[in-house]
Design a protein around this ligand. Structure first.
Ligand SMILES: NC(=O)c1ccc[n+]([C@@H]2O[C@H](COP(=O)([O-])OP(=O)(O)OC[C@H]3O[C@@H](n4cnc5c(N)ncnc54)[C@H](O)[C@@H]3O)[C@@H](O)[C@H]2O)c1
Length: 438
Protein backbone atom coordinates (compact mmCIF):
# COMPACT_ATOMS: atom_id res chain seq x y z
CA UNK A 1 0.00 0.00 0.00
CA UNK A 2 1.44 3.38 -0.99
CA UNK A 3 1.49 5.85 1.88
CA UNK A 4 0.44 9.44 1.16
CA UNK A 5 3.25 11.96 0.89
CA UNK A 6 2.29 14.71 3.36
CA UNK A 7 3.95 17.40 1.24
CA UNK A 8 1.46 16.90 -1.63
CA UNK A 9 -1.93 18.48 -0.96
CA UNK A 10 -4.65 15.86 -1.61
CA UNK A 11 -6.67 16.15 -4.83
CA UNK A 12 -9.88 16.98 -3.02
CA UNK A 13 -12.71 18.95 -4.60
CA UNK A 14 -13.35 19.85 -8.20
CA UNK A 15 -10.77 20.86 -10.78
CA UNK A 16 -11.85 23.38 -13.42
CA UNK A 17 -10.19 22.99 -16.82
CA UNK A 18 -10.14 26.26 -18.75
CA UNK A 19 -9.73 25.90 -22.50
CA UNK A 20 -9.07 28.92 -24.72
CA UNK A 21 -10.25 27.55 -28.09
CA UNK A 22 -13.22 25.20 -28.09
CA UNK A 23 -12.38 23.52 -31.39
CA UNK A 24 -11.56 19.97 -32.47
CA UNK A 25 -8.97 19.12 -29.79
CA UNK A 26 -10.87 20.65 -26.86
CA UNK A 27 -14.20 19.11 -27.75
CA UNK A 28 -12.66 15.69 -28.48
CA UNK A 29 -11.05 15.86 -25.05
CA UNK A 30 -14.24 16.91 -23.24
CA UNK A 31 -16.40 14.42 -25.16
CA UNK A 32 -13.89 11.68 -24.37
CA UNK A 33 -13.94 12.38 -20.64
CA UNK A 34 -17.76 12.47 -20.59
CA UNK A 35 -17.98 9.17 -22.52
CA UNK A 36 -15.39 7.54 -20.26
CA UNK A 37 -17.28 8.71 -17.15
CA UNK A 38 -20.38 6.94 -18.49
CA UNK A 39 -18.43 3.77 -19.23
CA UNK A 40 -18.86 4.33 -22.98
CA UNK A 41 -15.18 4.75 -23.83
CA UNK A 42 -11.67 4.05 -22.59
CA UNK A 43 -8.84 6.55 -21.98
CA UNK A 44 -6.48 5.10 -24.60
CA UNK A 45 -3.35 7.20 -25.07
CA UNK A 46 -3.42 8.64 -21.55
CA UNK A 47 -0.37 7.86 -19.44
CA UNK A 48 -2.03 9.26 -16.32
CA UNK A 49 -4.94 6.83 -16.65
CA UNK A 50 -3.33 3.69 -18.10
CA UNK A 51 0.41 3.98 -17.37
CA UNK A 52 2.27 2.13 -14.65
CA UNK A 53 5.45 3.06 -12.83
CA UNK A 54 8.05 0.64 -11.58
CA UNK A 55 9.16 1.17 -7.98
CA UNK A 56 12.27 -0.32 -6.37
CA UNK A 57 14.18 -3.24 -7.83
CA UNK A 58 12.97 -5.42 -10.70
CA UNK A 59 12.83 -8.31 -8.23
CA UNK A 60 10.29 -6.36 -6.12
CA UNK A 61 7.75 -6.73 -8.93
CA UNK A 62 6.09 -3.50 -7.83
CA UNK A 63 4.60 -1.43 -10.68
CA UNK A 64 1.46 0.40 -9.55
CA UNK A 65 -0.70 2.46 -11.87
CA UNK A 66 0.46 6.08 -11.96
CA UNK A 67 -3.09 7.13 -10.98
CA UNK A 68 -2.73 5.06 -7.77
CA UNK A 69 0.83 6.20 -7.09
CA UNK A 70 0.30 9.98 -7.15
CA UNK A 71 -2.85 11.77 -6.03
CA UNK A 72 -4.58 12.89 -9.24
CA UNK A 73 -8.00 14.49 -9.58
CA UNK A 74 -10.66 11.92 -10.50
CA UNK A 75 -12.37 12.29 -13.86
CA UNK A 76 -15.70 12.71 -12.02
CA UNK A 77 -14.31 15.87 -10.42
CA UNK A 78 -13.39 17.63 -13.68
CA UNK A 79 -15.41 20.65 -14.84
CA UNK A 80 -14.88 22.28 -18.25
CA UNK A 81 -15.06 25.89 -19.35
CA UNK A 82 -13.66 27.73 -22.33
CA UNK A 83 -13.48 30.66 -24.69
CA UNK A 84 -13.90 30.81 -28.43
CA UNK A 85 -14.25 33.48 -31.08
CA UNK A 86 -17.32 31.63 -32.43
CA UNK A 87 -20.36 31.12 -30.20
CA UNK A 88 -20.97 27.38 -30.89
CA UNK A 89 -21.41 25.35 -27.72
CA UNK A 90 -19.24 22.27 -27.22
CA UNK A 91 -21.86 19.96 -28.75
CA UNK A 92 -22.19 22.09 -31.88
CA UNK A 93 -18.43 22.52 -32.17
CA UNK A 94 -17.77 18.78 -31.70
CA UNK A 95 -20.45 17.98 -34.29
CA UNK A 96 -18.78 20.30 -36.81
CA UNK A 97 -15.32 18.91 -36.06
CA UNK A 98 -16.58 15.39 -36.93
CA UNK A 99 -13.98 13.61 -34.85
CA UNK A 100 -16.20 11.75 -32.38
CA UNK A 101 -19.09 10.10 -34.25
CA UNK A 102 -22.63 11.53 -34.09
CA UNK A 103 -24.00 8.47 -32.28
CA UNK A 104 -21.50 8.86 -29.42
CA UNK A 105 -22.04 12.63 -29.26
CA UNK A 106 -25.79 12.08 -28.94
CA UNK A 107 -25.17 10.21 -25.68
CA UNK A 108 -23.46 13.21 -24.10
CA UNK A 109 -25.39 15.97 -25.84
CA UNK A 110 -26.78 17.36 -22.55
CA UNK A 111 -23.33 17.69 -20.95
CA UNK A 112 -21.69 19.19 -24.04
CA UNK A 113 -24.50 21.62 -24.85
CA UNK A 114 -24.09 23.22 -21.43
CA UNK A 115 -20.53 24.28 -22.24
CA UNK A 116 -20.96 27.61 -23.99
CA UNK A 117 -17.76 29.51 -24.75
CA UNK A 118 -17.17 32.90 -23.27
CA UNK A 119 -16.28 35.57 -25.85
CA UNK A 120 -12.61 35.33 -26.82
CA UNK A 121 -9.78 37.83 -26.86
CA UNK A 122 -8.84 37.96 -30.52
CA UNK A 123 -6.66 39.91 -32.92
CA UNK A 124 -7.03 39.02 -36.62
CA UNK A 125 -3.39 40.02 -37.17
CA UNK A 126 -2.41 36.86 -35.27
CA UNK A 127 -4.78 34.38 -36.99
CA UNK A 128 -5.40 35.71 -40.46
CA UNK A 129 -7.63 32.93 -41.73
CA UNK A 130 -10.34 33.31 -39.04
CA UNK A 131 -12.92 36.07 -38.73
CA UNK A 132 -14.28 35.70 -35.22
CA UNK A 133 -17.64 37.12 -34.29
CA UNK A 134 -17.72 36.27 -30.58
CA UNK A 135 -14.97 38.52 -29.25
CA UNK A 136 -14.43 40.83 -26.32
CA UNK A 137 -13.90 44.53 -26.73
CA UNK A 138 -11.83 46.72 -24.44
CA UNK A 139 -9.83 49.92 -24.61
CA UNK A 140 -6.55 48.21 -23.69
CA UNK A 141 -5.04 44.73 -23.62
CA UNK A 142 -4.97 45.04 -19.85
CA UNK A 143 -8.74 45.63 -19.83
CA UNK A 144 -9.14 42.45 -21.93
CA UNK A 145 -6.96 40.49 -19.49
CA UNK A 146 -9.14 41.74 -16.64
CA UNK A 147 -12.26 40.52 -18.45
CA UNK A 148 -10.65 37.07 -18.75
CA UNK A 149 -9.85 37.14 -15.03
CA UNK A 150 -13.51 37.95 -14.34
CA UNK A 151 -14.56 34.91 -16.44
CA UNK A 152 -12.13 32.73 -14.48
CA UNK A 153 -13.41 33.94 -11.13
CA UNK A 154 -17.07 33.57 -12.13
CA UNK A 155 -16.37 29.99 -13.28
CA UNK A 156 -14.65 29.20 -9.97
CA UNK A 157 -17.56 30.49 -7.89
CA UNK A 158 -20.33 29.06 -10.09
CA UNK A 159 -18.93 25.51 -10.02
CA UNK A 160 -17.49 25.64 -6.48
CA UNK A 161 -14.05 24.73 -7.83
CA UNK A 162 -11.18 23.88 -5.54
CA UNK A 163 -8.54 24.47 -8.23
CA UNK A 164 -8.18 25.31 -11.93
CA UNK A 165 -5.73 24.83 -14.81
CA UNK A 166 -5.69 26.43 -18.27
CA UNK A 167 -4.62 24.60 -21.45
CA UNK A 168 -4.30 26.67 -24.66
CA UNK A 169 -6.14 24.81 -27.43
CA UNK A 170 -6.70 27.86 -29.61
CA UNK A 171 -5.46 28.29 -33.18
CA UNK A 172 -1.78 28.65 -33.97
CA UNK A 173 -0.83 32.32 -34.02
CA UNK A 174 1.50 34.09 -36.46
CA UNK A 175 5.23 33.75 -36.01
CA UNK A 176 6.59 36.08 -33.36
CA UNK A 177 10.04 36.49 -31.83
CA UNK A 178 10.51 37.55 -28.24
CA UNK A 179 11.30 41.27 -28.04
CA UNK A 180 11.73 44.03 -25.51
CA UNK A 181 8.10 44.08 -24.38
CA UNK A 182 8.41 40.38 -23.42
CA UNK A 183 11.67 40.81 -21.54
CA UNK A 184 10.30 41.51 -18.05
CA UNK A 185 7.00 41.57 -16.25
CA UNK A 186 7.19 45.34 -15.81
CA UNK A 187 7.71 45.85 -19.58
CA UNK A 188 4.93 43.42 -20.37
CA UNK A 189 2.44 45.14 -18.06
CA UNK A 190 3.37 48.47 -19.58
CA UNK A 191 2.74 46.88 -23.00
CA UNK A 192 -0.68 45.65 -21.86
CA UNK A 193 -1.58 49.18 -20.86
CA UNK A 194 -0.21 50.65 -24.13
CA UNK A 195 -1.66 47.98 -26.44
CA UNK A 196 1.77 46.80 -27.63
CA UNK A 197 1.32 45.02 -30.96
CA UNK A 198 3.82 42.29 -29.95
CA UNK A 199 1.51 41.03 -27.19
CA UNK A 200 -0.44 38.19 -28.81
CA UNK A 201 -3.93 37.16 -27.59
CA UNK A 202 -2.58 33.85 -26.22
CA UNK A 203 -0.23 35.86 -23.99
CA UNK A 204 -3.18 37.80 -22.60
CA UNK A 205 -4.87 34.53 -21.64
CA UNK A 206 -1.65 33.26 -20.04
CA UNK A 207 -1.26 36.52 -18.13
CA UNK A 208 -4.86 36.26 -16.87
CA UNK A 209 -4.35 32.64 -15.80
CA UNK A 210 -1.08 33.23 -13.95
CA UNK A 211 -2.39 36.40 -12.31
CA UNK A 212 -5.31 34.31 -11.05
CA UNK A 213 -2.90 31.66 -9.70
CA UNK A 214 -3.94 29.17 -12.41
CA UNK A 215 -1.28 26.87 -13.99
CA UNK A 216 -0.94 27.22 -17.78
CA UNK A 217 0.05 24.79 -20.57
CA UNK A 218 0.41 25.77 -24.21
CA UNK A 219 -0.76 23.17 -26.73
CA UNK A 220 0.15 25.29 -29.78
CA UNK A 221 3.58 26.40 -31.04
CA UNK A 222 3.03 30.13 -30.29
CA UNK A 223 5.50 31.72 -27.86
CA UNK A 224 2.71 32.52 -25.36
CA UNK A 225 4.13 31.67 -21.93
CA UNK A 226 7.67 31.04 -23.23
CA UNK A 227 8.83 34.61 -22.63
CA UNK A 228 10.80 36.00 -19.66
CA UNK A 229 7.91 38.24 -18.56
CA UNK A 230 5.48 35.38 -18.03
CA UNK A 231 8.12 33.04 -16.58
CA UNK A 232 8.75 35.81 -14.06
CA UNK A 233 5.04 36.06 -13.29
CA UNK A 234 4.78 32.26 -12.89
CA UNK A 235 7.70 32.24 -10.46
CA UNK A 236 6.34 35.22 -8.56
CA UNK A 237 2.86 33.70 -8.22
CA UNK A 238 4.31 30.21 -7.63
CA UNK A 239 2.37 28.73 -10.54
CA UNK A 240 3.56 25.89 -12.84
CA UNK A 241 3.73 26.45 -16.61
CA UNK A 242 4.72 24.33 -19.62
CA UNK A 243 4.60 24.18 -23.44
CA UNK A 244 4.80 24.25 -26.43
CA UNK A 245 2.84 22.40 -29.12
CA UNK A 246 1.27 19.01 -28.38
CA UNK A 247 3.51 16.20 -29.63
CA UNK A 248 1.20 14.12 -31.82
CA UNK A 249 1.29 12.58 -35.31
CA UNK A 250 4.38 12.93 -37.43
CA UNK A 251 6.59 14.54 -34.79
CA UNK A 252 5.65 11.89 -32.24
CA UNK A 253 6.77 9.19 -34.66
CA UNK A 254 9.92 11.18 -35.49
CA UNK A 255 10.95 11.36 -31.85
CA UNK A 256 10.34 7.62 -31.51
CA UNK A 257 12.32 6.58 -34.63
CA UNK A 258 15.20 9.10 -34.56
CA UNK A 259 16.52 8.09 -31.09
CA UNK A 260 16.64 4.46 -32.34
CA UNK A 261 18.70 5.33 -35.44
CA UNK A 262 21.00 7.48 -33.34
CA UNK A 263 21.35 4.78 -30.67
CA UNK A 264 22.65 2.35 -33.34
CA UNK A 265 24.93 5.03 -34.84
CA UNK A 266 23.19 4.90 -38.21
CA UNK A 267 23.71 7.93 -40.43
CA UNK A 268 21.14 10.22 -42.01
CA UNK A 269 21.20 12.01 -45.36
CA UNK A 270 17.69 13.36 -45.23
CA UNK A 271 14.25 13.22 -43.68
CA UNK A 272 11.33 14.42 -45.79
CA UNK A 273 7.97 14.80 -44.06
CA UNK A 274 4.74 15.91 -45.64
CA UNK A 275 1.13 15.59 -44.65
CA UNK A 276 -2.43 16.44 -45.62
CA UNK A 277 -4.97 17.76 -43.15
CA UNK A 278 -8.45 19.15 -43.70
CA UNK A 279 -9.70 20.53 -40.39
CA UNK A 280 -9.80 24.16 -39.18
CA UNK A 281 -6.29 23.76 -37.78
CA UNK A 282 -5.14 22.78 -41.29
CA UNK A 283 -6.88 25.85 -42.72
CA UNK A 284 -5.15 28.16 -40.22
CA UNK A 285 -1.78 26.49 -40.90
CA UNK A 286 -2.28 27.00 -44.63
CA UNK A 287 -1.54 30.68 -44.01
CA UNK A 288 2.26 31.28 -44.19
CA UNK A 289 2.77 33.22 -40.93
CA UNK A 290 0.93 30.58 -38.85
CA UNK A 291 2.77 27.77 -40.68
CA UNK A 292 6.10 29.46 -39.93
CA UNK A 293 5.35 29.11 -36.19
CA UNK A 294 4.52 25.41 -36.67
CA UNK A 295 7.50 24.79 -38.93
CA UNK A 296 9.98 26.11 -36.35
CA UNK A 297 8.45 23.79 -33.80
CA UNK A 298 8.53 20.72 -36.06
CA UNK A 299 12.03 21.25 -37.44
CA UNK A 300 13.90 21.58 -34.17
CA UNK A 301 13.48 18.02 -32.92
CA UNK A 302 16.00 16.17 -35.12
CA UNK A 303 18.93 18.51 -34.45
CA UNK A 304 18.73 17.95 -30.71
CA UNK A 305 18.29 14.18 -30.96
CA UNK A 306 21.02 13.56 -33.57
CA UNK A 307 23.64 16.06 -32.35
CA UNK A 308 25.36 16.79 -35.64
CA UNK A 309 28.00 18.74 -33.67
CA UNK A 310 29.14 15.54 -31.94
CA UNK A 311 28.66 13.18 -34.90
CA UNK A 312 29.50 15.02 -38.14
CA UNK A 313 30.33 11.77 -39.96
CA UNK A 314 26.74 10.59 -39.42
CA UNK A 315 24.63 13.73 -39.48
CA UNK A 316 26.51 16.56 -41.18
CA UNK A 317 24.30 18.54 -43.57
CA UNK A 318 21.36 16.15 -43.48
CA UNK A 319 18.30 17.67 -45.15
CA UNK A 320 15.13 18.00 -43.06
CA UNK A 321 11.95 19.24 -44.74
CA UNK A 322 8.45 19.46 -43.35
CA UNK A 323 5.28 20.57 -45.12
CA UNK A 324 1.58 20.61 -44.30
CA UNK A 325 -1.05 20.76 -47.02
CA UNK A 326 -4.59 21.89 -46.31
CA UNK A 327 -6.76 19.30 -48.04
CA UNK A 328 -10.40 19.71 -46.89
CA UNK A 329 -11.77 16.23 -47.83
CA UNK A 330 -9.56 14.65 -45.17
CA UNK A 331 -11.00 16.56 -42.20
CA UNK A 332 -9.30 15.67 -38.91
CA UNK A 333 -7.98 12.38 -40.34
CA UNK A 334 -4.51 13.51 -41.20
CA UNK A 335 -2.25 11.42 -43.39
CA UNK A 336 1.50 11.80 -43.10
CA UNK A 337 4.31 10.47 -45.27
CA UNK A 338 7.93 10.29 -44.21
CA UNK A 339 10.84 9.31 -46.37
CA UNK A 340 14.04 8.72 -44.41
CA UNK A 341 17.31 8.39 -46.31
CA UNK A 342 19.75 6.70 -43.96
CA UNK A 343 23.06 4.89 -44.30
CA UNK A 344 24.82 2.05 -42.52
CA UNK A 345 28.10 0.10 -42.37
CA UNK A 346 30.62 1.45 -44.93
CA UNK A 347 28.10 4.12 -45.91
CA UNK A 348 25.66 1.84 -47.79
CA UNK A 349 22.33 3.69 -48.30
CA UNK A 350 18.92 2.51 -47.08
CA UNK A 351 15.42 4.00 -46.91
CA UNK A 352 12.52 3.89 -44.49
CA UNK A 353 9.01 4.94 -45.60
CA UNK A 354 6.32 5.71 -43.08
CA UNK A 355 2.69 6.27 -43.97
CA UNK A 356 0.77 7.28 -40.85
CA UNK A 357 -3.00 7.52 -41.23
CA UNK A 358 -3.77 9.15 -37.94
CA UNK A 359 -6.44 11.24 -36.31
CA UNK A 360 -5.09 14.50 -35.04
CA UNK A 361 -7.51 15.23 -32.23
CA UNK A 362 -7.71 11.58 -31.13
CA UNK A 363 -3.95 11.74 -30.51
CA UNK A 364 -4.10 15.17 -28.85
CA UNK A 365 -7.09 14.68 -26.49
CA UNK A 366 -5.34 12.38 -23.97
CA UNK A 367 -2.45 14.84 -23.80
CA UNK A 368 -4.84 17.57 -22.69
CA UNK A 369 -6.12 15.29 -19.93
CA UNK A 370 -2.65 14.30 -18.72
CA UNK A 371 -1.37 17.86 -18.80
CA UNK A 372 -4.34 19.13 -16.82
CA UNK A 373 -3.94 16.42 -14.16
CA UNK A 374 -0.13 16.65 -13.92
CA UNK A 375 -0.06 20.46 -13.86
CA UNK A 376 -2.56 20.36 -11.03
CA UNK A 377 -0.41 17.75 -9.26
CA UNK A 378 2.64 20.00 -9.75
CA UNK A 379 0.82 22.89 -8.14
CA UNK A 380 -0.35 20.79 -5.20
CA UNK A 381 3.25 19.60 -4.79
CA UNK A 382 4.55 23.17 -4.49
CA UNK A 383 6.30 23.20 -7.90
CA UNK A 384 6.38 26.46 -9.79
CA UNK A 385 7.64 27.94 -13.05
CA UNK A 386 8.71 25.83 -16.05
CA UNK A 387 7.84 22.13 -15.68
CA UNK A 388 10.40 20.49 -17.92
CA UNK A 389 9.32 17.02 -16.78
CA UNK A 390 6.21 17.52 -18.92
CA UNK A 391 8.37 17.80 -22.11
CA UNK A 392 7.02 14.33 -22.93
CA UNK A 393 3.88 16.02 -24.23
CA UNK A 394 5.44 18.72 -26.42
CA UNK A 395 7.10 19.16 -29.80
CA UNK A 396 9.02 22.18 -28.63
CA UNK A 397 9.49 21.88 -24.87
CA UNK A 398 9.95 25.00 -22.82
CA UNK A 399 13.13 24.93 -20.75
CA UNK A 400 15.18 27.21 -18.54
CA UNK A 401 17.06 29.89 -20.55
CA UNK A 402 20.22 28.50 -22.15
CA UNK A 403 19.19 24.86 -21.70
CA UNK A 404 18.50 22.81 -24.82
CA UNK A 405 15.29 20.79 -24.63
CA UNK A 406 15.25 16.99 -24.58
CA UNK A 407 13.27 15.71 -27.59
CA UNK A 408 13.90 11.97 -27.29
CA UNK A 409 10.55 10.52 -26.17
CA UNK A 410 12.23 7.89 -24.01
CA UNK A 411 14.42 10.37 -22.14
CA UNK A 412 11.31 12.50 -21.67
CA UNK A 413 9.38 9.52 -20.27
CA UNK A 414 12.19 8.64 -17.87
CA UNK A 415 12.29 12.27 -16.71
CA UNK A 416 8.55 12.28 -16.15
CA UNK A 417 8.50 9.03 -14.17
CA UNK A 418 11.55 9.98 -12.10
CA UNK A 419 9.84 13.27 -11.24
CA UNK A 420 6.81 11.33 -9.98
CA UNK A 421 9.12 9.06 -7.93
CA UNK A 422 10.88 12.14 -6.57
CA UNK A 423 7.57 13.75 -5.59
CA UNK A 424 6.60 10.62 -3.64
CA UNK A 425 10.02 10.20 -2.02
CA UNK A 426 10.75 6.97 -3.93
CA UNK A 427 14.20 5.97 -5.11
CA UNK A 428 14.96 7.19 -8.65
CA UNK A 429 15.56 4.50 -11.27
CA UNK A 430 18.88 4.75 -13.11
CA UNK A 431 18.74 1.35 -14.89
CA UNK A 432 22.28 0.63 -13.65
CA UNK A 433 21.22 -2.73 -12.19
CA UNK A 434 24.64 -3.85 -10.85
CA UNK A 435 23.03 -4.94 -7.60
CA UNK A 436 21.47 -7.98 -9.29
CA UNK A 437 25.00 -9.35 -9.90
CA UNK A 438 26.58 -8.68 -6.49
N1 LIG B 1 -4.50 18.04 -32.99
C1 LIG B 1 -3.22 17.92 -32.89
O1 LIG B 1 -2.67 16.84 -33.08
C2 LIG B 1 -2.39 19.10 -32.49
C3 LIG B 1 -1.03 18.88 -32.24
C4 LIG B 1 -0.24 19.96 -31.86
C5 LIG B 1 -0.81 21.20 -31.71
N2 LIG B 1 -2.12 21.40 -32.00
C6 LIG B 1 -2.62 22.76 -31.85
O2 LIG B 1 -3.73 22.78 -31.00
C7 LIG B 1 -4.55 23.88 -31.37
C8 LIG B 1 -5.98 23.41 -31.48
O3 LIG B 1 -6.10 22.50 -32.57
P1 LIG B 1 -7.53 22.13 -33.14
O4 LIG B 1 -7.35 21.03 -34.11
O5 LIG B 1 -8.51 21.98 -32.03
O6 LIG B 1 -7.87 23.46 -33.95
P2 LIG B 1 -9.33 24.08 -34.20
O7 LIG B 1 -9.13 25.07 -35.30
O8 LIG B 1 -10.35 23.03 -34.38
O9 LIG B 1 -9.66 24.81 -32.82
C9 LIG B 1 -9.06 26.00 -32.42
C10 LIG B 1 -10.16 26.89 -31.90
O10 LIG B 1 -9.56 28.06 -31.35
C11 LIG B 1 -10.41 29.14 -31.64
N3 LIG B 1 -9.63 30.36 -31.46
C12 LIG B 1 -8.70 30.91 -32.26
N4 LIG B 1 -8.17 32.00 -31.69
C13 LIG B 1 -8.77 32.14 -30.49
C14 LIG B 1 -8.65 33.08 -29.44
N5 LIG B 1 -7.80 34.09 -29.52
N6 LIG B 1 -9.44 32.92 -28.34
C15 LIG B 1 -10.31 31.89 -28.25
N7 LIG B 1 -10.47 30.97 -29.22
C16 LIG B 1 -9.71 31.09 -30.33
C17 LIG B 1 -10.90 28.86 -33.04
O11 LIG B 1 -12.09 29.56 -33.31
C18 LIG B 1 -11.12 27.35 -32.98
O12 LIG B 1 -12.43 27.02 -32.60
C19 LIG B 1 -3.99 24.44 -32.67
O13 LIG B 1 -3.16 25.56 -32.40
C20 LIG B 1 -3.12 23.32 -33.17
O14 LIG B 1 -2.06 23.74 -34.00
C21 LIG B 1 -2.93 20.37 -32.35
Amino acid sequence: MIQPNPSITPAEGRLGILLPGLGAVSTTFIAGVELIKKGLGRPIGSLSQLGTIRLGKRTDRNAPFIRDFVPLTRLDDLVFGGWDIFPDNAFESASKAQVVDAQSLAQIQTELSQIRPWAGVFDPAYVKRLHGTHVKTGATKLALAEQLMDDIERFRVEHKLARMVMIWCGSTESFLQASDVHSSLARFEEGLRNNAAEIAPSMIYAYAALSSGVPFANGAPNLTVDIPALVELADQRRVPICGKDFKTGQTLIKTIIAPGLKARMLGLNGWFSTNILGNRDGEVLDEPSSFRTKEESKLSVLDVILREDLHPELYENYVHQVSIHYYPPRGDNKEGWDNIDLFGWLGYPMQIKINFQCRDSILAAPLVLDLALFLDLAQRSGMRGIQEWLSFYFKSPQTAPGLYPEHDLFIQLMKLKNTLRYLRGEELITHLGLEYYD
